[in-house]
Design a protein. Structure first.
Length: 118
């Protein structure tokens, strides 16, 4: 997906749609998806670097080893404002978010991620 990549470790088909687990990686100074929401709950656990995470109207700088819970239906986004690669694990419940990936990949091919503005 350009300057962002993801790998699904476990998907809904393996968990009877109870959850999915994926890793997301952003190159330095890379914006993420713009603010959006969906029904699944998320837990973002930071694997490397610091990820700026937007929940509703609040940006949080979340460092390696920390996590953020994002309830389903809440607007959110994320970006890497640092000079190093940053990554996080996303645990989504229920599973099924991964089924949106083809549309997300297509969208980002037509709308590449840019530099952060912060």
């Amino acid at each position: 997906m350009g300057r962002m990549s993801s790998v699904f470790i476990v998907d809904g088909s393996e968990t009877d749609s109870k959850l999915s687990v994926s890793e997301w990686w952003l190159e330095p100074n890379t914006e993420g998806p713009h603010m959006h929401s969906h029904t699944e709950d998320h837990v973002f656990y930071i694997l490397e670097g610091t990820v700026a995470i937007l929940v509703d109207e609040n940006w949080l700088d979340v460092a390696k080893g920390s996590y953020v819970f994002i309830p389903g239906g809440h607007k959110h986004s994320f970006e890497n404002r640092s000079a190093s690669t940053a990554g996080f694990m996303s645990i989504n419940t229920p599973g099924g978010f991964e089924q949106m990936m083809p549309n997300i990949v297509h969208y980002l091919a037509e709308n590449p991620l840019g530099d952060t503005n912060r």
